[in-house]
Design a protein around this ligand. Structure first.
Ligand SMILES: *[C@@H]1O[C@H](CO)[C@@H](O)[C@H](O)[C@H]1NC(C)=O
Ligand SMILES: *[C@@H]1O[C@H](CO)[C@@H](O)[C@H](O)[C@H]1NC(C)=O
Length: 401
């Protein structure tokens, strides 16, 4: 629906009125009062930062209000700590990134919340306008001399605690859509992500060095992992996620030569997921390097997979380009991984792959009530290397554990 200006301003006022009523005493900082313009072309970065600064300074519960309309926002970091632990960033409109790419050259991020405790980000559409950078990256694949920047992740929650992101949609990010970095107690609920299947590096949700992170009711369609879980994470709960197109839900890649000395991922539950036409379902991936680490206490439960290339896969021999992997036997130990109630069909004949490390075999792998066919009704296969574990209940294809 095309909205006229009076309609937009009526909506804005209604929205503000509702917020005032529901916010019971919250101070409201409307970005348009600071000069932000809902026209999609006026750079509103400074007004947004100023509205944030006032909200963050407020001694009582505060709301930054973004009314309906389209706001052009450059790279912006909303920094805490704030005076209260109850700041809301309420977005009714759409935030659009600058056109072209390279505008984010220093940070690699578009919108960041940094060092905030007690924050709710609600609603809104974040449009990263990634397509020109993706074209550059595609061209680079054909012509390696072409230079393209890495790009900017759309929304990053960094060094923060007790954060809720609720009902926010991220579309066409240049890089990762939503990132949780070095944070504790972050909930992403009712979020959605969409980008084309062939958009490079557009992970839906990336979680890194964080704990007690929950994702629920997420709808993700993108060109890379729907959810990717990097090193240093513990106590994650991921529930009711639909994924596809995309590369599935991945733990890893762990064990790249650079980065942390020891890489650990512990206590992750992924429950009730739907995969449609994805490259992977549940994947655990480590580089074939001697970097030490541990992946343990992982449960994948209740999943439907429709036309997934690798429904269940552990690959400890990841080494693209075969350059940086010194010995090709991963130093990351993978243990206590359970797959329970998984059904559907694989696009490839091998539906279950456990390709573990010679020096660190996978242990305590269990399959319970798994029924995966090949292309609809054909019998699929399992493949095992350096793995031990057990099965219970019906397991199809027959397990090689
Ligand atoms: C595992 O993580 C969940 C949250 O996802 C938490 O409730 C539970 O207490 C954790 N278990 C252990 C043993 O830390
Ligand atoms: C397992 O990894 C090794 C090393 O990269 C590779 O040669 C082999 O093909 C893989 N096996 C399967 C079944 O994926």
């Amino acid at each position: 629906m095309a909205m006229t200006k009076p309609m937009l301003s009526l909506l804005a006022h209604l929205h503000a009125a509702l917020l005032l009523l529901s916010g019971a005493g919250a101070a409201v900082y409307d970005v348009t009062r600071y000069g932000a313009r809902p026209d999609g072309v006026t750079d509103s970065t400074l007004p947004f930062l100023r509205a944030w600064a006032d909200a963050c300074r407020s001694p009582r519960q505060a709301t930054v209000l973004v009314p309906p309309g389209m706001f052009l926002l450059g790279s912006a970091t909303f920094t805490g700590p704030c005076a209260t632990h109850a700041v809301t960033f309420s977005i009714a409109g759409t935030l659009v990134a600058p056109t072209g790419y390279g505008w984010d050259a220093t940070t690699g991020r578009w919108i960041t919340f940094e060092s905030v405790e007690g924050l709710t980000v609600s609603g809104g559409v974040l449009d990263g306008r990634g397509s020109s950078l993706w074209s550059c990256k595609r061209q680079q694949q054909q012509q390696p001399h072409v230079h393209c920047p890495t790009g900017a992740s759309s929304l990053t929650i960094s060094n923060s605690r007790d954060v809720v992101v609720d009902g926010t949609r991220s579309t066409n990010s240049e890089l990762f859509h939503m990132v949780v970095l070095q944070s504790h107690g972050v909930t992403l609920q009712q979020v959605s992500v969409d980008a084309p299947e062939d958009s490079p590096n557009t992970d839906g949700i990336h979680i890194h060095m964080s704990s007690n992170v929950a994702v629920s009711n997420a709808d993700i369609r993108t060109g890379d992992d729907c959810v990717s879980i990097g090193p240093g994470n513990s106590n994650l709960w991921i529930e009711r996620v639909s994924c596809g197109p995309g590369h599935g839900i991945s733990i890893g890649s762990l064990g790249q030569q650079q980065g942390m000395a020891v890489e650990v991922v512990r206590n992750v539950t992924v429950k009730t997921t739907w995969f449609t036409g994805t490259t992977n379902g549940f994947r655990i991936k480590t580089w074939g390097t001697s970097k030490r680490g541990l992946v343990s206490g992982i449960t994948f439960v209740d999943s439907t997979m429709i036309g997934v290339h690798n429904p269940i896969i552990i690959d400890q021999n990841y080494c693209p380009g075969k350059k940086s992997c010194s010995d090709r036997s991963s130093g990351i130990k993978i243990s206590q991984v359970r797959y329970i109630d998984i059904r559907g069909w694989s696009m490839t004949p091998v539906a279950v792959t456990f390709n573990c490390s010679r020096s660190n075999p996978c242990s305590g792998i269990s399959l319970q009530n798994v029924r995966l066919m090949y292309e609809g009704m054909r019998l699929a296969k399992s493949s095992c290397r350096n793995v031990n574990g057990r099965t219970t209940g019906l397991v199809v294809p027959p397990s090689c554990l």
